[in-house]
Design a protein around this ligand. Structure first.
Ligand SMILES: Nc1ncnc2c1ncn2[C@@H]1O[C@H](COP(=O)(O)OP(=O)(O)OP(=O)(O)O)[C@@H](O)[C@H]1O
Ligand SMILES: [Mg+2]
Length: 296
């Protein structure tokens, strides 16, 4: 029995599990849609597992079922069941390959927007259980600039901003950072903002895009981007999506799989994580819930 299963059983049986420090929260986001966020979330999760980390992916692209489609797994339950049908966190976690756990955003979970204060508090409490289950929590967001995505970003230890070489994708990535800056709060300053340029034809193309974008964000937004690597255009990734198996499992030796491995290593070997008060999954969900409350 793997560790996650063990912990889930303990939680189901009401046994206490020893508390460890907060999980590392990594939010994967982009300005433009379809640039590779969900594939980045899943394939980095696979490499983190191979590095011995316990990983939970939270599919925060509510209603669009990105993660389960890439895994080719139909979850029995989703976040909706936890809120409306009284299920526990252990029940709504679905096991993926290599013992990765994920929480489906399901369909119909747009109703999150209409939750009562009591339901929000209930959800918040339940989600804190993730701290016991994971070393790393990856939040796969929807594209674009919404307040909830911005709240995920400022509550994370690490953000992975994904762009492709297309000018529209690059300008939309910039727009996400500009929106962060425009909130006129300093909270994003304790989050590491990492850039992945996906679908590059060469390393030099990726480096050129990183350098130009970083120059502009430094100059106009006072935001520095970490370069954590590039992902090549690789038709095996497209094939793997069609086959509904992550590319790093289906084609572990293909160039994009190697690049994912390097990026996972880069992210975890970065010891200079900024000291951040009040981060981890507690902060993510309390920020999210505060946002929902203020909208009411
Ligand atoms: N490196 C790559 N090489 C080839 N094709 C790729 C690559 N990255 C992404 N794609 C293609 O782009 C598609 C979209 O990828 P993905 O679903 O990960 O994007 P997304 O940003 O999560 O999209 P959404 O905004 O809709 O959630 C994939 O199904 C695949 O066909
Ligand atoms: Mg997606």
């Amino acid at each position: 029995m793997d560790q996650a299963t063990n912990l889930r059983n303990m939680m189901r049986n009401g046994q206490s599990v020893s508390k460890k420090s907060s999980s590392k929260v990594i939010t994967v986001t982009s300005g433009k849609g379809g640039v590779g966020k969900s594939n980045v979330s899943v394939n980095l999760a696979i490499h983190f597992r191979k590095m011995g980390k316990r990983v939970v992916i939270f599919d925060a692209d509510f209603g669009l079922a990105n993660i389960e489609v890439i895994f080719g797994i139909i979850p029995k339950y989703n976040l909706f069941d936890m809120i409306y049908n009284g299920m526990s966190m252990a029940d709504v976690l679905t096991s993926g390959p290599l013992g990765i756990e994920f929480i489906s955003g399901g369909s119909g979970v747009q109703e999150l927007i209409n939750l009562s204060k009591n339901q929000l508090n209930f959800l918040n409490e339940k989600l804190l259980d993730l701290d016991y289950l994971a070393d790393i929590i990856i939040i796969d967001t929807g594209a674009g600039i919404s307040d909830s995505v911005l709240n995920f970003i400022v509550s994370s230890n690490e953000v992975i901003l994904v762009t492709t070489p297309e000018p529209t994708s690059i300008t939309d990535a910039y727009a996400v950072l500009k929106a962060l800056k425009n909130r006129k709060r300093e909270d994003y300053k304790s989050t590491n903002i990492n850039l992945i340029v996906n679908r590059v034809s060469s390393e030099s193309e990726g480096l050129e895009i990183y350098t130009k974008l970083n120059r502009v964000t430094n100059k106009f937004l006072d935001i520095n981007l970490n370069n954590i690597g590039f992902l090549p255009q690789d038709n095996n990734l497209t094939k793997s999506v069609i086959e509904q198996k992550p590319v790093t499992i289906l084609y572990p030796k293909t160039k994009v799989s190697k690049a994912f491995e390097q990026i996972a290593t880069n992210l975890l070997s970065n010891n200079s994580y900024k000291a951040k008060q009040d981060v981890g999954i507690r902060s993510v969900f309390s920020n999210l819930m505060n946002f929902k409350k203020s909208k009411k």
